[in-house]
Design a binder for this molecule. Structure first.
Ligand code: GRF
Length: 200
């Protein structure tokens, strides 16, 4: 069973979708740790889902980004994760963490990257730009890049006349909740023995 660590900062709807997919077997993995940079509703979803390790790694506690992300990487290693998924994690990860898990970190972003990358308001910016479509991207997180790692899945969402941020966000999130678990499963199928943990 592939061991998955999920990094979160917000509502946790993508975490909930991953937990559901693990429960149904759509994803052949288990979420063994959920880590966050701050207190957020996603942590309650992790606890309700009986995730064994749920931890906050704040800058206040750890001092600076490299120290915080080193502590978070140590916790991911201690949980023996095979794969790390950023599901609404709202900070750029320190390169030290990214290098430790290189090739094993996925991120979901609410636009058709490279359009509307490196922003926390990709949905609002797409709407304001008047483009006919936007979408969802799942990509690898790679060192020294922000929202620019190898794209592993992408799906288009049309922007409809009269769309508001809320209506567009709802359709984008619906796509994320399907595309992210499906992409995690595809990653698992193509990495059957990435570490000794993967076959447990
Ligand atoms: C999602 O739209 C994701 O693409 C972006 O942050 C949002 C997180 O939502 N990176 P949630 O916390 O999973 O509900």
């Amino acid at each position: 069973m592939t061991r998955i660590g999920v990094l979160v900062s917000g509502r946790g709807s993508n975490l909930a979708a991953i937990l559901r997919a693990c429960a149904t077997g759509e994803v052949e993995g288990e979420v063994v740790i959920v880590a966050s940079n701050k207190t957020c509703p996603a942590l309650d979803i992790a606890r309700e889902g009986a995730v064994p390790v749920v931890r906050v790694f704040s800058l206040t506690e750890h001092g600076d980004l490299p120290s915080r992300d080193r502590a978070m990487a140590d916790a991911l290693d201690a949980a023996e994760v095979d794969l790390v998924v950023c599901a609404g994690y709202d900070r750029v990860l320190d390169d030290g963490l990214v290098r430790r898990f290189e090739g094993r970190i996925l991120n979901v972003h609410p636009s058709l990257l490279p359009e509307f990358g490196a922003t926390m308001d990709a949905i609002g910016e797409a709407l304001a730009a008047g483009v006919p479509r936007t979408g969802v991207t799942v990509h690898m997180i790679e060192p020294a890049t922000v929202d620019a790692g190898t794209i592993v899945a992408q799906e288009t969402v049309d922007i409809l006349p009269g769309d508001t941020i809320e209506s567009l966000a709802e359709r984008i999130h619906a796509v994320e909740h399907r595309l992210l678990p499906a992409t995690i499963q595809r990653w698992i199928e193509s990495h059957p023995a990435v570490s000794p943990q993967a076959n447990r």
